[in-house]
Design a binder for this molecule. Structure first.
Ligand SMILES: [Zn+2]
Ligand SMILES: [Zn+2]
Length: 201
């Protein structure tokens, strides 16, 4: 059982991101019995290029699907194995195109390519209503989605009915309620998801 992870964002040293990745790391170390290899980095040159070239032709924002396609293309070119799970935490507005238009998701991933993305801007833009708790809530919400997408990259294809980070929460309110029920400050996998990850990695 092993896991290698790279989390990448604009400013990993910001208070919010430091707290967020601390929580994600704590959970991954619990899952992998303190053997998970976790690195937190700033977007490199090719990734900055991919972000700027994944801009929508028709509207504003980054086309997350296009960005991930470009990331995949680079990985193949560089021969980077899928054993490395890569999650980009994007702080600019993003969207995913659909047949009927577009959706603004909290996160998005393609497990077959070991690439995931977290739409931090979408998460942050939802939290002003929780103004008083913003400082503590924003890092937890970003950590929740980051851990959720990482779970998909670790082979959890379906969402989970338990009080679990793999539960599908369509709104920020739902995520907050779930975290409350979870009785923990760190987003966590339930025992069933944890077992499944350990078995298949
Ligand atoms: Zn999901
Ligand atoms: Zn679960």
């Amino acid at each position: 059982m092993s896991g290698t992870f790279r989390f990448v964002t604009d400013n990993p040293k910001s208070r919010t991101m430091e707290r967020c990745f601390d929580m994600v790391n704590t959970e991954l170390q619990r899952v992998f019995h303190h053997t998970a290899s976790v690195s937190v980095e700033t977007f490199d040159e090719p990734e900055i290029y991919n972000l700027s070239h994944a801009h929508s032709q028709t509207g504003s924002g980054i086309d997350i699907q296009e960005f991930i396609r470009r990331q995949h293309h680079d990985r193949v070119a560089l021969g980077i194995s899928n054993a490395l799970k890569n999650v980009s935490v994007i702080t600019r507005p993003g969207f995913v195109p659909t047949e009927r238009g577009r959706v603004d998701p909290f996160g998005y991933s393609i497990p077959d390519w070991a690439e995931g993305a977290v739409c931090a801007d979408r998460i942050i833009s939802d939290t002003p209503i929780y103004h008083r708790l913003k400082q503590t809530i924003v890092p937890r919400l970003i950590a929740f989605t980051t851990t959720h997408e990482t779970g998909h990259l670790l082979g959890l294809r379906n969402h989970c009915p338990n009080d679990c980070v793999m539960h599908a929460t369509p709104t920020t309110e739902a995520t907050l309620l779930l975290m409350k029920r979870n009785h923990t400050t760190t987003p966590r996998f339930c025992t069933s998801c944890l077992t499944r990850i350990r078995r298949s990695n």
